[in-house]
Ligand binder design. Structure first.
Ligand code: URA
Length: 254
């Protein structure tokens, strides 16, 4: 069996292997909106073009083997709304499915809804969401052009980190969103999102500035800092800006 396919099957069975992948990115051009001015506090720095082949931190699960495979958008949304697969259903106000353009080339994936998101039913609507919007604008994208979702569809009480069990129960929903959306690039914002999507314990510092691949579809995945972290650590906005430009380059090469 083709070694790459074998790894995917193993990953689908959660018998994950760790290997350096050498998948070359194709080079067909893609339309990207002209970059707008970045926010004043986001430093401009040139960034090297993404490498054609870079090591992958891990192989995510087989999208086609997901529990929700075959569901369309309304079916998936209804299943999420009624989900009782973990105890977060007891404390949530409502599920937070995701929002945005279903033809989007970019899928932004965060960690989990916070208090404001739990109240309003939409991801990234609090202060972190406002910064995320600014970050997107800085690379010429509006919130309406992208799709935004989280690893978890329900708020963990007190905004604690998701448990491994909660993430495992919830990830099939995101996998089916990805299967339906077929984005050109997946931007994982924050360590928790990146680690859960890539099934790795590597730090964000190790994961950023590389092209990872997600699932059988091999969607390119780029990791960057969480906007909530950037609100606390503005000095790292410059690195986030580099990551976003990197992701834009990756998207343009798909
Ligand atoms: N942080 C996240 O990771 N997701 C949200 O939706 C809001 C804050």
């Amino acid at each position: 069996m083709n070694p790459s396919l074998r790894r995917e099957y193993l990953a689908a069975l959660r018998l994950e292997t760790w290997a350096v992948r050498g998948t070359a990115a194709s080079a067909s051009p893609q339309r990207v909106a002209a970059p707008a001015d970045s926010p004043a506090d986001m430093a401009r720095q040139p960034v090297a073009a993404p490498q054609a082949a870079v090591p992958n931190a891990g192989v995510a699960r087989d999208v086609s083997a997901g529990r929700e495979a075959g569901l369309d958008w309304p079916e998936l949304q209804a299943r999420v709304a009624g989900c009782t697969r973990c105890t977060l259903c007891n404390t949530r106000t409502q599920t937070v499915f995701g929002v945005g353009n279903r033809q989007a080339q970019w899928l932004i994936v965060g960690e989990a809804p916070g208090a404001e998101e739990d109240r309003r039913g939409e991801p990234f609507v609090g202060r972190a969401g406002q910064l995320l919007n600014s970050m997107l604008r800085a690379i010429g994208l509006t919130r309406e052009q992208v799709y935004i979702a989280n690893v978890l569809k329900c708020r963990p009480p007190g905004n604690r980190d998701p448990t491994a069990g909660e993430a495992a129960e919830c990830l099939p929903y995101l996998e089916q969103q990805i299967a339906l959306l077929k984005p050109k690039v997946l931007l994982a914002v924050g360590r928790i999102a990146a680690q859960n999507l890539l099934h790795t314990d590597l730090t964000l510092g190790r994961l950023r500035q590389q092209v990872h691949r997600f699932g059988l579809s091999q969607v390119p995945l780029v990791a960057t800092y969480h906007p909530a972290y950037l609100l606390r650590t503005p000095a790292d906005k410059r690195k986030a800006w580099e990551d976003l430009k990197f992701a834009r380059e990756v998207c343009a090469r798909v």
